[in-house]
Write a protein that binds this ligand. Structure first.
Ligand SMILES: Cc1cc2nc3c(=O)[nH]c(=O)nc-3n(C[C@H](O)[C@H](O)[C@H](O)COP(=O)(O)OP(=O)(O)OC[C@H]3O[C@@H](n4cnc5c(N)ncnc54)[C@H](O)[C@@H]3O)c2cc1C
Length: 383
């Protein structure tokens, strides 16, 4: 029986584990945490379900949607809207930026002038959300350049510039050079305001969200919890687990590669998150259909999420979270070339049968839940 080691028990590790177990493999999954699921695990405060930040399922891939739906039935949330708060305007506007909001902005005339001067191929382009599409040959030298060409300088500073510096903890956001993930469909929207009208937007119907995936994994697969892999040979696939020397035929890694290869090519930088949860004595905190709000100015936080919008939890109260970028945790790989170069060196070390997947394992912010599931299924198919 072939032996596979799976490093990390988030959704990527668990889907890989369940599928390989079905194929008759001898699966060992190791996770540094005490419970499976990482940020997708639903927990409860006063009966209110929540995850670590919003974890809504967004995809263009119907196969991945149907696959996930067959394990945790999903509710479509096509109505999902986002709002951005612009403190200096004392106003909330739709995000993605919406044409119909511009007349409400104090600099409306200036913005309209700037928009008239934009090249149509930037202004009107349909961006293929999360797919990393190179957007029909559009050329922009970096993230800032891309946005200024798409929306002009005034809208840029209002919605994107300060937010991005805060989000990525950077003094100068122009060092961001991967921007294919940035706009949600289009840079400026017309028509309906739902944020994800070009993709499937969904969330598990069950009160405990994605947890069935983690419970199934725990019941079917050998899981070593509370154990951190800190060193593994990328060629021979030998490692030590709980003091025992072990050797595997295949390894599927979902965690940062510097952590398991002893930082041999240097440390990869990630932005972390602090999240505060607050139960409020009101039925709803955000307007109907608004699932979360972004904060684009000098506030320390970037996002407020109302979990009820996803979970449909029935209560006279509501649970919100306030999310602030920080150095706690390794969650968001930086979309900058110098860091991707380091990641490439790690990826270049992997021998036959050693796979690395997901946002952390591939060091790519673009990879969301759907991409991680897709990559897991691909690896399972190919081994
Ligand atoms: C705050 C936040 C909000 C997000 N919201 C969304 C969203 O709304 N929609 C969306 O599609 N995507 C969202 N994402 C991204 C998405 O959730 C992740 O890309 C995806 O869940 C990653 O799954 P994974 O299995 O690859 O890794 P993870 O879920 O990160 O799991 C990795 C696991 O590895 C374990 N681990 C780490 N190091 C080691 C080690 N050395 N040895 C053993 N175990 C280890 C960890 O404990 C963890 O359980 C969000 C991300 C964050 C941080």
């Amino acid at each position: 029986m072939k032996k596979v080691l799976i490093i990390g028990g988030g959704i990527g590790g668990c889907i890989s584990a369940l599928e390989l177990e079905k194929k008759g493999w001898d699966v060992t999954l190791v996770d540094a945490a005490k419970e499976l699921g990482a940020g997708l695990r639903t927990r409860f405060i006063g009966g209110h379900p929540y995850t670590f930040g919003p974890r809504h399922f967004l995809t263009h891939n119907t196969e991945v949607y149907e696959y996930l739906d067959s394990i945790v039935p999903l509710r479509r949330c096509a109505e999902h809207q986002f709002l951005s708060y612009i403190e200096q305007d004392r106003n909330f506007y739709s995000y993605p930026i919406h044409f119909d909001d511009i007349p409400r902005m104090p600099e409306a005339l200036q913005i309209e002038k700037e928009l008239e001067g934009l090249e149509a191929r930037f202004r009107d382009n349909e961006y293929r959300l999360t797919q990393g599409d190179a957007t029909n040959g559009i050329t922009a030298s970096d993230y800032k350049d891309f946005w200024i060409k798409s929306i002009g300088p005034t809208l840029y500073e209002k919605f994107i510039g300060t937010y991005s510096r805060k989000m990525w903890q950077l003094e100068d956001e122009s060092i961001i050079d991967d921007f294919t993930w940035s706009p949600k469909g289009v840079a400026i929207k017309r028509g309906q305001r739902a944020g994800w009208d070009t993709a499937i937007s969904a969330y598990p119907i069950a009160a405990d969200g994605y947890n069935k995936i983690f419970d199934l994994t725990l019941s079917k697969v050998k899981c070593v919890m509370g154990e951190r892999i800190s060193s593994i040979d990328p060629i021979t696939k030998k490692t030590v687990i709980r003091g025992e020397k072990l050797h595997f035929d295949v390894v599927i890694n979902t965690v940062p590669l510097d952590d398991i290869f002893e930082n041999c090519h240097g440390r990869l930088n990630f932005v972390g998150r602090d999240i505060q949860y607050i139960v409020l004595p009101i039925k709803n905190a955000l307007p109907e259909d608004v699932y979360f709000t972004y904060y684009c100015g000098g506030e320390k936080y970037t996002r407020v999420t109302e979990y009820k919008k996803f979970t449909k939890h029935n209560s006279e109260q509501t649970l919100i979270s306030i999310e602030s970028p920080s150095s706690n945790g390794r969650y968001y790989p930086l979309p900058v070339a110098s860091q991707r170069e380091i990641a490439k060196k790690y990826l270049g070390m992997l021998g036959d049968g050693f796979y690395s997947i997901g946002r952390l394992g591939l060091y790519n912010y673009r990879y969301d839940i759907d991409d991680v599931v897709e990559q897991s299924l691909e690896v399972v198919r190919s081994v």
